[in-house]
Each structure stands twice: as C-alpha cells, then as structure tokens.
Design a protein around this ligand. Sequence first.
Ligand SMILES: Cc1cc2nc3c(=O)[nH]c(=O)nc-3n(C[C@H](O)[C@H](O)[C@H](O)COP(=O)(O)OP(=O)(O)OC[C@H]3O[C@@H](n4cnc5c(N)ncnc54)[C@H](O)[C@@H]3O)c2cc1C
Length: 302
Amino acid sequence: MKRSFDILIIGGGVAGMSAAIYAKRRGKNVAIIEKFALGGQVNTIPKIENFPSTISIDGVSLVQNFSKQIEGLGVEVIYDDIKKVDYEGEVKRVFGRKDEYCAKSVIIATGLTYVELGKNENEFLGRGVSYCAVCDAHFFRGKDVCVASKKGSGLKEALVLAEVCNHVSVLDSEDMSAYANVNKNKKIEVLSNVKIEKVVGKDVVEGVEVSILNADKSESDKSKIERERKVIQTDALFVALGKKPDKTVFGGVKVDSKGFVITNEKMQTSVSGVFAVGDVRSKELKQIVTACSDGAIAGQFA
Ligand SMILES: Cc1cc2nc3c(=O)[nH]c(=O)nc-3n(C[C@H](O)[C@H](O)[C@H](O)COP(=O)(O)OP(=O)(O)OC[C@H]3O[C@@H](n4cnc5c(N)ncnc54)[C@H](O)[C@@H]3O)c2cc1C
C-alpha cells in the first residue's frame, strides 16, 4: 500500500522530531519514518548538561519529552527502514522494508550510523554483539568482553565497560603499544595489530576468531608478515569503529568530501523538495541543540 503525506521525515532523532513539531504546527500532513527507536543517539547519552533550559537530564528522559510533544501534536510515527528513494519527480518516493511512501517534500534526518566490521557480527546483534557500551554494558556485568577498535576508537567504550565487566580486551587493528604501556586500568587489556576474522558461537557470542600480526616481522618485510590465528573467549563483542553518514536515502543530493549532505540556510539540499537536518548535514557543530535548530528550520520551509 502506498501512503501519501505533505512531508516525510526519514529518521526520528531529535532533528527529525523537531522538524515534525514545526511542520505539524503549520498544519502539514507529516510523518516520521524511524527504523529503530525515536530519539536516535540521544537514547545513549547518560547525562546531558548543555541543552538549554534543562540543567541536567539523561538522554532517555529527554527523548520521552520529545515523544510526548509529537504525540500530543498528532504526528504519525511509522516504524520502517527506508532502503531506496526516488527524488526525481515533483512527488518524492520513498521505499521501506514494509511499505512505499510519497510526499511533496522529504527531510533527511538519518544522523550517523555505526561503522560495521563487515564480518558476520550482525548475525549476533542483540545476542552478544552491540554497538553501544553505554546502552548494553549492564547486560554483561561481571563478564569478559571484547571491543573492536581502530586507532584507539574503542578506548572510551572500554572505560565504560570496565565499570561493570570483569575484563575488557580492546582488539585494535593498529599498533597501540604506546597506549598499552600507560594504561592503568587493570581490567582493560589493549592488544595491538589484531584483525577480527569472525564472531563464533552457537546461539550467543562465545568468542572472536582473530589473527594477530607478528610484530617482529612487520617492520622488516611486509610481504612475509605472519599472523597468528586464535579464538579469544568472550561473552560479548562491542564494535566501536566510529560513525559515518549512511548514503542509502541520499538519492543524489550533493555531499561534502566526508560524505555529509550540503544544504543552504533553509536546510534545502541540491535537489528541489529535499531537505537535510542534524548530524547527517555538513556542519561544524553536531549537537542536540543544533540538530533541533536544523529541524525547526526545515519544518518551517519544507
Ligand atoms: C555518546 C554520545 C554523547 C553525546 N553527548 C551529547 C551531549 O552531551 N550534548 C549534545 O548536545 N549532544 C551530544 N551528542 C550528540 C547528539 O546526540 C547528536 O548531535 C544528535 O543526537 C543528532 O541527532 P540527529 O537527529 O541528527 O541524529 P540521530 O540521533 O543519529 O538520529 C537519526 C535517526 O534516524 C534513524 N534512521 C537512520 N537511517 C534510517 C533509515 N534508513 N530509515 C529510517 N530511519 C533511519 C536512526 O535510527 C535514528 O533514530 C552525543 C552523542 C553521542 C553518541
């Protein structure tokens, strides 16, 4: 079934929800399409102290406030994962896993997405593989866990995990010996030159198969580098390789050298009728307050 709206907002983070508030108050028929949960990244923040008017608030409570506000306004929230778009005609078409949607305007509010390992990790998502230590560390209280890291990207996650887990192995793909030598947290072990080959386990994560570069040979002859293969037993793998914009719903809009969508001051992209807001947009300061501001502007002009 194809569903029609005046404005479709792809992504229900704070940018998308702010856009919905402004668009709905203009009397537009507006829907947010969200693939996971309203609030996006904000759900993972334990304490927010720089959102004006709230001295200190946890992310989940802030999201609840937003949700109540859009619900009160009657904004429709559709849970679907948008996989394809067609922005060529006057009417924009958006294709989800469940349905097809169309609208005169589309607001891209898809934020940032986690960089994947590109192995079999997603088969174990929710069964020992996680992309968010703040969200899921408590499931592994007293357990041994691993963090997939690149150039130290997993060190912050490791500190969060060490608060509740028994042992945290940071598996970094680069040489992290300088950090390993100064690491004072006894629960955290930093391993260098580790390539994760696959996640192993029957129903849940039981280990990760890795290949580790032989450090002695790496300096001398790159063509003769030896990798030792082994399985590290673990109860969980936290993938902490950073975040990037996901191009799936960009449909040909112009992006900057890092892949973020370029807009003008009205949040219009290079494609007429298509707007972009929040972290997905090319800008200097990616914060809640700037995401809300982008959303308000797009909601007003879309
Ligand atoms: C750990 C952490 C701490 C932070 N601390 C602060 C802080 O203290 N103060 C502050 O101001 N900012 C903070 N930030 C930054 C802030 O969270 C972000 O700038 C802001 O949340 C961006 O909002 P957004 O709506 O643009 O994107 P997101 O929050 O990323 O939301 C995008 C939404 O789009 C959905 N989506 C993506 N693709 C699709 C698709 N194809 N179909 C349907 N839905 C889709 C996603 O599921 C997600 O819900 C923090 C961020 C993190 C990660």
